[in-house]
Design a protein around this ligand. Sequence first.
Ligand SMILES: [Zn+2]
Length: 449
Amino acid sequence: MSVSIEIRKEDIGRILRITVNGRSLDTPHFFPVVRLGTRVSLKFDGGIWSSGVITSAYLLWKRGFSGDVHEGLGFEGVVMTDSGAYQTLAYKTPIKASPEEIVEYEKRINSDIAVILDEPIFPDDTYNEARRKAKETVKRAKEANVDDKRVRVMPLHGIERPDILKRMIENSDFERYKMAALGGVVPYMERYEYAPVVEATVIARDSLPSDVPLHVFGAGHPTLIPFLIAAGADTFDSASYALYAKDGRYLTPRGTYYLDDLTELPCMCPFCIGRDPQELKRDRKLLELHNYYVLLQETVRVREAIRLGRLREYLEHKARTHPAAMEAFKTLIRYKDLIKPRAARFRQRGMFIFDKLSLLRPDAPERPELPKADKVILVISRDPPLRRLKDFEGNTVIYVTPRGLVPAELSETYPFSQTELPESLREELIEERIKKAKEIRKEFEIVER
Ligand SMILES: [Zn+2]
């Protein structure tokens, strides 16, 4: 078997290793869009590096490219090929290749991760039109003569149309298609409407088999990517780094700026250090490389946050970079029941609680119910509490923690015993918990230790 997909770490975001014909990459991974010999093509020198790029099979086909795509691009890592249907149809240009031609062409040029030619759905399509297109894509996938020498990708559509998205997944064959890819994201990205994209990603992840990686087409902004990873996406691609550069726009982990608005470059990457905004404006290649560097850095940060069990804390930080990012974060909270089953049951590090929003974590266990005992002692304690249990033998003991009321037996388990939070918030929360407890039961003995 020339393809393997190995789950290396599972949590609300996960790490996979995808290996195709001896070439590997670890997810979450961002595939920069590269084009043969055009200005968009990235040169992988000067400190820039990627383990996988994406290019349009349709554009290569149109240009009459033959040979191995790795050699054509001068790139030895994993090459993903998109069918190019979305971009082409977005510009209202008809596709001249047939679905079979693209499937065969991707084999000939030795693509590692190959997408079939789909019928993209656009936000202004009617419901019936969207449903017809979804059926057509599923039919093409069934009829395609795919081989197992590469990862074949099943394109999915249905942002804001969850029933269409779910039905596409139900009717797809994930024995033949080892990977899925959500399309139609670009119009939402352009309007900074992150919530529908996050929502569709959560629904797709929940409906897909867990060993099928999920790609999101056209997701190329560092304020969105971390939320899509928590929503269940594994890989992304975009030409945003080059498109932004064309307009003199400079990416940062917190948002995009026009170079004309900047006095200094707030980045120390190899392309910015020692330069000023006008130098990057004059040399678009430098600006492209910087923009790509920011996207690459974002995926590395998220991978490392997953390894350290700190993705949730990282999301809380990112949520405050842009109102759209906060909306993405709140969308994750809204879907926490679908995300929760993926969360690690235990982490080596305690949770950081910053404010009340932090308490709505999808990765925390439910707070247990208050027991119906005759006599209950509420204990407010800052120390590891079990050591003091002897004092209360024969009673039902509940600890008042910032996360809620916790029976003594659970008080040393994750995450109740491992929470760090500001002292003022701790006091506020404890007071609220006691008030709540008094609403439920009248009789309490409150002990402060
Ligand atoms: Zn830079």
